[in-house]
Design a protein around this ligand. Structure first.
Ligand code: NAI
Length: 339
């Protein structure tokens, strides 16, 4: 496997240097909220990623322990923990990718929008620091409601004069992960081969899986497609209810966050044809932000890809989600500009 890694990195970077793990360029990744339910397994998974050379773990509490623990793993990256606001600048400085799973998760009966009041303020302050300490980093926003926190981040960056729409991403990968898993189960196909784009946003009906474009093709009946769509939209709630007050998805989210950050790093490193769905600034619809397939490159978003052909059911879903997504976006923009 080391020779595979070497040959792929050789073609990707065009230079051949030393050992496989050292031929990848230096990349610093910061995780904000690293001591949380998502943050801890995400720190673990990023420590396993050979593309990372420095891993900064930041939280308001608990990071010295998480960092000491993860740092003993014998992989490439150097791990450092940062705790409290006075260390946030150091955590961020020099970061290529900043992943944000900071904030409160849902409890049963809550929507993602119910988190707005607490998480909006957290995201605003973290993004203010990003603009100051690592204005060129790619930002992977996990904190909910993503439909609003991404617009908040964009406004904070605009005010600071650092906004680059190619570098701000709402992480919707968990919706894709769920759609793939549920589709494979229903269609009885190998889950490792499944692809399903998920577009729109990241809450309830704004999550629109495009099963008409799923591969391998399975020609499932309409009622199966409807059930799969509903299960994908309610996947987060399924976990919230099963955890019965102890939070929302953390392990599957950490996996999804690690997949998305890895795609960002590959893009930065010049690996061709890296495509993931993400909630980004977009002109695919009339809404200013929208999730769709995105090609990642050396500057972040290389190209926002269109929706492709939709079934009638998906066309209806698209029209139905727009008012909610629009108001969540506007709520985020308003919040960022009022305080
Ligand atoms: P958690 O409560 O277990 O962890 C959150 C962490 O954030 C805590 O360690 C807390 O100390 C930290 N934190 C709070 N304020 C902070 C600040 N100002 N700076 C840095 N860290 C701060 O919550 P969990 O389960 O890890 O979820 C985190 C967020 O991720 C929630 O908003 C949740 O809704 C969201 N989420 C997003 C998903 C997605 O698909 N995008 C999926 C699942 C959860």
């Amino acid at each position: 496997s080391s020779s595979n890694l070497m040959s792929s990195t050789t073609s990707a970077y065009g230079v051949r240097r030393g050992f496989a793990s050292e031929s990848a360029p230096e990349r610093k990744v910061a995780v904000l909220g690293a001591a949380g339910g998502i943050g801890q397994p995400l720190a673990l998974l990023m420590k396993l990623n050979p593309l990372v050379s420095k891993l900064a773990l930041y939280d308001i509490a608990g990071t010295p322990g998480v960092a000491a623990d993860v740092s003993h793993i014998n992989t490439r990256s150097e791990v450092v923990g940062f705790m409290g606001e006075e260390q946030l600048g150091q955590a961020l400085e020099g970061s290529d990718v900043v992943i944000i799973p900071a904030g409160v998760p849902r409890k049963p009966g809550m929507t993602r929008d119910d988190l707005f009041n607490i998480n909006a303020g957290i995201v605003k302050s973290l993004c203010t620091a990003i603009a100051k300490y690592c204005p060129h980093a790619l930002v992977n926003m996990i904190s909910n409601p993503v439909n609003s926190t991404v617009p908040i981040a964009s406004e904070v960056f605009k005010k600071a004069g650092t906004y680059d729409e190619k570098k701000l991403f709402g992480v919707t990968t968990l919706d894709v992960v769920r759609a793939k898993t549920f589709y494979a189960g229903k269609a009885k196909v190998n889950v490792a081969e499944v692809n399903v784009p998920v577009v729109g946003g990241h809450a309830g009906i704004t999550i629109l899986p495009l099963f008409s474009q799923a591969t391998p093709k399975a020609n499932l009946p309409d009622e199966d497609i409807k059930a799969l769509t509903k299960r994908t939209q309610d996947g987060g709630t399924e976990v919230v209810e099963a955890k019965a007050g102890k939070g929302s998805a953390t392990l599957s989210m950490a996996y999804a966050g690690a997949i998305f950050a890895d795609a960002c790093l590959k893009g930065l490193n010049g690996v061709p044809d890296v495509v993931e769905c993400s909630f980004v600034q977009s002109s695919v619809t009339e809404l200013p932000f929208f999730a769709s397939k995105v090609r990642l490159g050396k500057n972040g978003v290389e190209e926002v890809l269109g929706l492709g052909p939709l079934s009638d059911y998906e066309k209806e879903g698209l029209e139905a989600l727009k008012p909610e997504l629009k108001s969540s976006i506007e709520k985020g923009i308003k919040f960022a500009n009022q305080s």
